[in-house]
Write a protein that binds this ligand. Structure first.
Ligand code: ZN
Length: 314
C-alpha cells in the first residue's frame, strides 16, 4: 500500500488524512476518485475505514519518521539539536558580547528596571520605546537614557538574530511600534494582557476546559518588555547572546507581541517555565482536550528550547 500511495503523489495522501481522522463514511466523496478506486480494489468495503485508511496514515508517518531520522543523522542537525536540548550549556560557537558591551547592557538594564518600577509591572508589558524614553526624561528616579544606551537598544532591535542562532521570524517591524491598548484586556489577577479577539477567546476556552487551576503567566508583551527580558537573559548568561536566545526570543521576534501567551498551573511558581510544567495535571488536561498548540515544540526549527507552556495563537 505504501508504494501504491507513493506513486500517486503526496497530494493524494493529504486528501486521505481526513477520512482516517474521523472514520466517517460521509467523508469518502472527498477522497480523489483515483485514490478511492485503489482503496476499493485493495480493501474490503467492510474494513476500509477501520483498517486500510489508518494504516495508510501509519505508513506515511513511518515514512516521515524515517526522513526525520535521516535528517537528524546529519552532523549539523545533530549539533543544532544538542543546543536546543542543552540550552543552558555553552557551545564552542556561541556568540559573546564584549566586556564593554556587557557593561552597557547592565547599565541599560538598570535604567529599564527603574522605568518598570515607575510605570508598574503590568504597564511595563505594553509601553512603547518612545514612552520608555519619555519616562527617562520626565522622572528623575529613572534618569534620561544616554545616546549610547538608546543606540544600543536600537541596534539590538534591528540586528539579525540568526547571527547568534535564533531562527524565528521577525514579527515587529518598527522599533517604536505600539501595541494598541484599546484592543487589549487586562486579565484579572494576573497583571497580564491579552488581545480581545483570538487570544482572549482561546484563553477563556482553556479556562473553561481546565478550570481555575490554569493561569496566564505571560500575555502580550511589547518591544520594550521583550528587550528587558532578553537583556536580563544576556546578563545572566555572562554575555552569551546565543545562550540567551535559546530560552527567549530576541526583541522583535517574540510572538508575545502579536497574540501568543504562556500558561501555568496555579501555585507552581517558576517551575511553570520549566519542562516540569509538562508533568502537571493542567498540562495533561490541555493535552487531553486537544488544546495544546505549542509554538516551541521539542526539536523545533527556531533554535529555541522546548516550551510546553507557550501557547501558539497566531
Ligand atoms: Zn512564551
Amino acid at each position: 500500500m505504501r508504494q501504491l500511495l507513493q506513486s500517486k503523489g503526496s497530494s493524494d495522501l493529504a486528501a486521505v488524512a481526513p477520512v482516517a481522522e474521523d472514520n466517517a463514511v460521509s467523508a469518502l466523496p472527498d477522497v480523489p476518485q483515483k485514490l478511492a478506486d485503489i482503496v476499493e480494489e485493495h480493501a474490503a468495503a467492510a474494513d476500509f475505514h477501520e483498517v486500510s485508511a489508518p494504516s495508510k496514515l501509519e505508513n506515511k508517518v513511518a515514512d516521515l519518521q524515517a526522513d526525520l531520522e535521516a535528517a537528524k543523522a546529519d552532523p549539523h542537525v545533530k549539533e543544532y539539536m544538542q543546543k536546543i536540548r542543552y540550552f543552558e550549556g555553552v557551545f564552542e560557537d556561541d556568540y559573546f558580547i564584549s566586556p564593554e558591551e556587557f557593561k552597557l547592557v547592565k547599565q541599560t538594564l538598570a535604567r529599564m528596571s527603574r522605568v518598570q518600577r515607575t510605570v508598574g509591572h503590568g504597564n511595563f508589558n505594553l509601553i512603547s520605546f518612545d514612552q520608555m524614553v519619555k519616562y527617562g526624561r520626565n522622572f528623575s528616579q529613572v534618569g534620561e537614557f544616554t545616546k549610547v544606551e538608546l543606540d544600543y537598544l536600537e541596534q539590538l532591535f534591528f540586528a539579525d538574530a540568526h547571527t547568534y542562532g535564533f531562527y524565528g521570524e521577525k514579527v515587529m517591524s518598527g522599533l517604536t511600534q505600539r501595541i494598541p491598548s484599546k484592543e487589549l484586556l487586562k486579565v484579572p489577577k494576573t497583571g497580564h494582557f491579552l488581545f480581545k479577539g483570538k487570544s482572549l477567546a482561546f484563553y477563556e476556552k482553556l479556562r473553561k476546559g481546565v478550570g481555575d487551576d490554569i493561569v496566564l503567566t505571560s500575555g502580550i508583551r511589547g518591544t520594550v518588555k521583550q528587550m528587558y527580558l532578553f537583556l536580563s537573559k544576556v546578563a545572566q548568561a555572562d554575555g552569551n547572546m546565543s545562550k540567551a536566545s535559546r530560552s527567549l526570543a530576541p526583541p522583535g521576534y517574540s510572538y508575545h507581541a502579536v497574540g501568543d501567551f504562556d500558561v501555568g498551573k496555579v501555585g507552581f511558581g517558576y517551575r511553570n517555565f520549566t519542562e516540569d510544567f509538562a508533568e502537571t495535571d493542567v498540562y495533561k488536561k490541555l493535552q487531553d482536550l486537544g488544546f495544546l498548540t505549542l509554538r516551541y515544540t521539542d526539536d523545533n526549527k527556531f533554535g529555541v528550547r522546548y516550551e510546553p507552556w507557550h501557547i501558539q495563537v497566531v
